[in-house]
Design a protein around this ligand. Structure first.
Ligand SMILES: C[S@@+](CC[C@H](N)C(=O)[O-])C[C@H]1O[C@@H](n2cnc3c(N)ncnc32)[C@H](O)[C@@H]1O
Length: 383
């Protein structure tokens, strides 16, 4: 059972898109977490409150960070309710903010997820003396940063009780003001960059940059700006929140900023995309380190010798759409052959058919993972 001292070791879980667990585990190690363990859907690790805050602030690839408050066996609802009521919710749940309890049941004698979530909601209500029962259900809406989401996961009669410390999904850095067609989630963009070995110390270009997500994430890595600097988190509203620890982390982040001296930017055939990218870079605080230009792929020239070039070009859902798109993949391949020497080239797309159109010997990097409901994969080669 979790006790609320700032020095206690907490059991933590960084949820990731399926397929990106290993990328997040490697990132956590780079952030100083030792013994991170990959499991399906995320990474289990241990740390104190400062670690919890730090990973929320710095982790670029995870979706959210959960605190595992308790775990126990429960084969009937009365036991579940009793155990849930023993959790010291008063340390984590702000009674003035909305609360949601979600539950899933798998291979358990408690098989009714709504009933399980209801027991959680009633236990919290009773323990805290709330006037209203928290919202509950299997798919009950998650709370934003200004609220609490409790997750009960029953598997083989074993109940894991977790608390969402992030609130809004961690991909929401706060810089994306406009919505471009098929934007790449910020945490997926960061995962693409890390998978290609980008560490912020070499040039980066996205030749089909859309709203600028890949170059902006690259610039934030290069300048060592934490992805969570301009947002709030659910843990900030917990009664146990330690503002001194948080302020120390922000001070440290501000001190550890670097001046980026590499070329980072992108191009797109649409003027609107270029405008959006510039505004997003401004909002992210990386405008001075990025450049965006309106250039169709076949006219692209990149003025430096080497670096990482990555993009998620358009990909059609149907075969017919994909055939039409082969042209742009072919153009990208031509540019790589004619102009790029020693660049690491990455393409995030739906299938090998489109990759083959580049004419390059591109190999898959890592497994398939979901992007906007479509399964995509990163392919890479060195030019
Ligand atoms: C899937 S979107 C990229 C989304 C981007 N990663 C983001 O996060 O916003 C594909 C982009 O490719 C651009 N594009 C398509 N064909 C192009 C071409 N021939 N030259 C340059 N850009 C092109 C589109 O204008 C679109 O912005």
């Amino acid at each position: 059972m979790l006790t609320p001292s700032r020095f206690d070791t907490l059991s933590l879980f960084a949820a990731t898109p399926p397929g990106l667990e290993a990328v997040t585990a490697a990132e956590l190690e780079r952030l100083g977490v030792s013994g991170a363990k990959v499991v399906s859907g995320g990474v289990v690790f241990f740390g104190d409150l400062a670690t919890l805050y730090r990973i929320n602030l710095w982790c670029r690839t995870a979706q959210r960070v959960l605190v595992r408050l308790d775990a126990f066996f429960a084969v009937h609802l009365a036991k579940l309710h009793k155990k849930l009521q023993q959790i010291p919710w008063e340390y984590y749940v702000n009674p003035n903010l909305p609360v949601t309890v979600r539950a899933t049941c798998r291979k358990s004698r408690i098989y009714h997820s709504v009933a399980a979530a209801e027991r959680g909601a009633l236990a919290i209500q009773k323990r805290l003396g709330l006037d209203e029962t928290p919202v509950y259900g299997e798919g009950a809406p998650r709370q934003s940063d200004a609220g609490t989401t409790v997750v009960l996961r029953l598997e083989r009669d074993h109940c894991m009780v977790s608390l969402d410390s992030s609130g809004e999904h961690l991909h929401r850095r706060g810089y994306r003001i406009y919505r471009h067609e098929a934007p790449l989630r910020e945490n997926l963009a960061a995962a693409v960059l890390f998978s290609l070995g980008f560490d912020g110390k070499c040039n980066f270009w996205d030749p089909m940059c859309g709203s600028g997500t890949l170059p902006i994430e690259a610039a934030m890595i290069a300048a060592n700006i934490p992805p969570g600097l301009n947002r709030t988190f659910a843990f900030m509203h917990w009664p146990v929140f330690d503002g001194d620890v948080w302020r120390a982390l922000l001070d440290e982040a501000n001190r550890s900023r670097r001046v980026s001296d590499v070329l980072i930017g992108g191009s797109d055939k649409q003027a609107s995309a270029v405008r959006m990218s510039r505004e997003h870079a401004e909002a992210a605080g990386v405008a001075q380190w990025t450049s965006f230009q309106r250039t169709p792929v076949h006219e692209l020239t990149v003025p430096t010798q080497s670096g990482v070039m990555a993009s998620n070009p358009p990909y059609g859902k149907r075969i017919g759409d994909r055939r039409k798109l082969c042209g742009v993949y072919h153009q990208l391949g031509e540019i790589a052959i004619r102009h790029l020497d020693g660049w690491q080239l990455g393409i995030l797309t739906t299938d090998s058919f489109l990759v083959e159109a580049t004419g390059l010997d591109m190999r898959p990097v890592g497994p398939l993972f979901p992007n906007g409901g479509i399964r995509v994969r990163l392919y890479s080669t060195v030019t």
